[in-house]
Ligand binder design. Structure first.
Ligand SMILES: C[S@@+](CC[C@H](N)C(=O)[O-])C[C@H]1O[C@@H](n2cnc3c(N)ncnc32)[C@H](O)[C@@H]1O
Length: 277
C-alpha cells in the first residue's frame, strides 16, 4: 500500500469503527427483531448458499455479526471476520445475547487465510462488502485459499452501476452521473450512513471502489474458482433511492417508469476438487 492508499484505508476503518454502535441501535438492522427470531437473510441468499446445517461457514466482512449469527441459527458452524475492533466486540456481545455459538476474528480480509489457518465448506460475504477493497484480484486469491476443495462461495452485492445514478428533483428521477469504468475510488463526505439517517459521525470522509462486476467474477476465476452462477436483479436489498418502495417480496423496488436498471447481483462459485493449492 502506498501512502495515499494507507490514508484511505485508515479513513474507512475509522468510519466503520464509529458506525458500529449506531448500526447496532439502528431500526434498519433491527437487532431487537433478530433477538425475537426475525431472519435478516434474504431468500436469494438462503437459496444461493444451499444447505448450511453442520457446515463450516466463514463470513468475510461480517460487520457486527447479524448475518453471521443468522447462519448460526440455521445450524452452520460460523466464523465471522472483520477488520473493525468495535464490530468484532459487538458481534461477540450479540452472539452472547442471542445464545448462539460463533467465533469472531479481527483481521483484514486479505490476511484472513494466514490469520485463520483453516479452510471452510462455505464462504459468504457481500451486501456492501466488495466496494471497500481497492483490488479484487488479491480478494479472489484469499477466497480461494479459504475454501476447502469442493467448498462454495456465495454473495449478494450492490450492482456497481447503481452507484452511477443519482436521484434528481422532487420526483427523484434517476440520472446517470458517473463513469462505470472509472478506476479511482469514489470519495464521499457524509455525517450519516445508509443505516444511521440523522446521525452525526465525526469520521465523515470515506472511499469506495465500484469495481465492474466483470472484475469480481474474473478475480474469482483467476484464483481457480469455477463460477456456477452470476445473476443481476432490478431491485435492491436496501432503501437505496428515496423513490423506492419495499414490496411483499422483501426487496426495494423503483417505480415502474423507465427501463429497469440492475441494482443487485449475485455470484455462486466453487473450488474444484482438484486444482491449484
Ligand atoms: C456494510 S458492512 C457489510 C457487512 C454486512 N453485509 C452488514 O451490512 O452487516 C462492511 C464491513 O466491511 C468491513 N471491512 C471493510 N474493509 C475491510 C477489510 N479490508 N477487511 C476486513 N473487513 C473490512 C467493515 O468494517 C464493515 O464492517
Amino acid at each position: 500500500m502506498n501512502g495515499r492508499e494507507r490514508q484511505r484505508y485508515r479513513a474507512n476503518r475509522a468510519r466503520w469503527d464509529e458506525s458500529v454502535a449506531h448500526h447496532v441501535a439502528s431500526p434498519d438492522y433491527d437487532v431487537p427483531g433478530f433477538l425475537r427470531g426475525a431472519d435478516p437473510l434474504f431468500p436469494l441468499e438462503v437459496d444461493g448458499m444451499g444447505p448450511v446445517r453442520g457446515r463450516t461457514l466463514l463470513h468475510l466482512q461480517c460487520h457486527f455479526g447479524l448475518d453471521t449469527l443468522a447462519w448460526a441459527r440455521r445450524g452452520a458452524r460460523v466464523v465471522g471476520l472483520d477488520y473493525s475492533a468495535p464490530a468484532v466486540a459487538a458481534a461477540r456481545a450479540l452472539a452472547a445475547r442471542a445464545g448462539l455459538t460463533a467465533r469472531f476474528v479481527r483481521s483484514d480480509v486479505l490476511d484472513a487465510p494466514r490469520r485463520l489457518g483453516e479452510r471452510f465448506d462455505l464462504v459468504y460475504t457481500g451486501k456492501g462488502a466488495l466496494c471497500w477493497l481497492p483490488d479484487l484480484e488479491p480478494w479472489g486469491e484469499a477466497v480461494a485459499r479459504l475454501l476447502r476443495p469442493g467448498g462454495r462461495l456465495f454473495y449478494l452485492e450492490d450492482h456497481p452501476i447503481a452507484e452511477d445514478y443519482e436521484p434528481t428533483g422532487r420526483g427523484g428521477r434517476l440520472v446517470r452521473r458517473h463513469d462505470y469504468f472509472r478506476s479511482a475510488p469514489l470519495r464521499f463526505d457524509e455525517t450519516d450512513t445508509y443505516a444511521t439517517r440523522g446521525a452525526r459521525l465525526r469520521h465523515t470522509v470515506g472511499y469506495c471502489w465500484l469495481h465492474p462486476t466483470s472484475q469480481a467474477v474474473t478475480a474469482l476465476a483467476h484464483a481457480g474458482l469455477v463460477i456456477d452462477e452470476f445473476r443481476e436483479y432490478p431491485f435492491s436489498y436496501w432503501h437505496r433511492y428515496p423513490a423506492m418502495r419495499r414490496a411483499a417480496d422483501g426487496y426495494w423496488h423503483l417505480p415502474r417508469e423507465g427501463p429497469p436498471i440492475p441494482l443487485t447481483y449475485s455470484v455462486r462459485a466453487h473450488r474444484p476438487l482438484r486444482g491449484r493449492d
